[in-house]
Design a protein around this ligand. Structure first.
Ligand SMILES: [Zn+2]
Ligand SMILES: [Zn+2]
Ligand SMILES: [Zn+2]
Length: 368
């Protein structure tokens, strides 16, 4: 997912609606980044013409996320440490962000369609000051600090009424779309709820309206009763393989204590992060003995402070949603390789450009 290729592509287009089309290549006019809504699935996609192929990270330059780097992007949040370098985990502005913090989303219609600017936040969460302390080989104490940072950043960004959803995810390995060599995760705050979460929210609400129970709590109860898909439990947390997996070895980590919000729970009960750190480290060790590549995503409640008509429908959201982590190992070879998390589709060619190029292709020529 989130494979980024050009650090400057968004800044090139200060206003991509008027005029939306700002560059030309041959006779094709190129457009800047924007969010567009699929009227069928009601999910938002990012599209814009991005012909550049610049690499985010140079193989020779020193790591900009290591402690002491002169090239660290702007720091926006930090978990302090007693020892050098004085921080245990910290958050910086993504050097090639998909979303920019300034401005109004300017959601507007385009005939029957909807579109808006890519307003939001895109941060890199530096999991550890040490370049080789990954979530599977760091100490539980170090992982706990990273989880605490994630909770703080989500909570902080949810103060911004423009943002409907904040997510934290990690892509590890070349196939998974890893951005940087340093142990990092991504955080995005968006003016829309990504489609997979939207599906979960709708399903959770429907289940609750029929049974007055949380579907995730019911899943956990059955999994713990049957035991055949449970990998292990650590304190309150359960790691298990979902009944209907999307890919081989898909794993979910869920707390048995019902709560819709990871960040609310983590900040009110920071002691839970120790157990979560342990089960996360142990689960990623299992994943790593299968494959180098994996994707991991945290699913938590949308921004319920957001004053939108759509969200006010979810009156039972605190009862019907249940935060969790999903992990998707990506196995080499076979048909399973093609599945990756795509919570937000990113298409670096607009349909207008695609159609113009496809139209101009020299077809139907009779071979002499
Ligand atoms: Zn580093
Ligand atoms: Zn629940
Ligand atoms: Zn989920």
């Amino acid at each position: 997912m989130y494979h980024l290729s050009n650090a400057n592509r968004i800044t090139c287009f200060p206003d991509f609606f008027v005029p939306e089309l700002t560059r030309t290549a041959g006779n094709v006019i190129l457009a800047g980044m924007q969010l567009r809504k699929d009227p069928i699935t009601r999910s938002w996609v990012i599209t814009g013409d991005d012909p550049e192929k610049d690499k985010l990270e140079s193989k020779v330059a020193p790591c900009r996320f290591c402690a002491g780097s002169k090239d660290t992007p702007q720091v926006v949040g930090s978990v302090p440490a007693e020892t050098s370098p004085g921080w245990a985990a910290r958050s910086v502005v993504h050097p090639a962000p998909f979303y920019r913090i300034e401005g109004d989303p300017k959601r507007e219609g385009d005939g029957i369609y909807d579109r808006m600017r890519t307003v939001g936040a895109h941060e890199v969460l530096i999991e550890n000051p040490k370049h080789d302390h990954q979530l599977w080989n760091a100490s539980d104490g170090e992982i706990e600090k990273f989880l605490s940072l994630a909770a703080q950043r989500i909570q902080d960004l949810k103060q911004d009424q423009r943002f409907k959803y904040v997510t934290v995810f990690k892509n590890h390995g070349a196939v998974a779309g890893q951005d940087f060599a340093h142990p990092t995760s991504n955080l995005t705050a968006t003016t829309f709820v990504p489609r997979r979460v939207l599906h979960e929210l709708r399903a959770g609400k429907d289940y609750y309206s029929q049974k007055e129970r949380c579907v995730f709590c019911d899943i956990l109860a059955q999994e713990l009763r049957q035991g055949s898909r449970v990998i292990e439990t650590v304190g309150d947390f359960v790691a298990c393989c979902p009944y209907a997996p999307r890919a081989p070895y898909e794993i979910w980590i869920l707390p048995q204590t019902h709560d819709a919000s990871f960040e609310r729970r983590a900040l009110a009960h920071p002691e839970m992060l120790k157990e979560l750190a342990t089960i996360l480290r142990r689960t990623l060790q299992r994943v790593r003995s299968l494959t180098e590549d994996f994707q991991m995503v945290l699913h938590t409640v949308p921004n319920t402070q957001h004053k939108s008509r759509a969200l006010q429908y979810w009156k039972t959201i605190d009862e019907d949603y249940h935060w969790h982590i999903e992990i998707l190992p990506i196995l080499a070879g076979g048909r399973a390789k093609s599945y990756t998390f795509k919570e937000v589709y990113y298409t670096p060619v607009t349909p207008e450009t695609a159609a113009a190029r496809l139209r101009s292709m020299d077809i139907d020529r009779v071979e002499e």
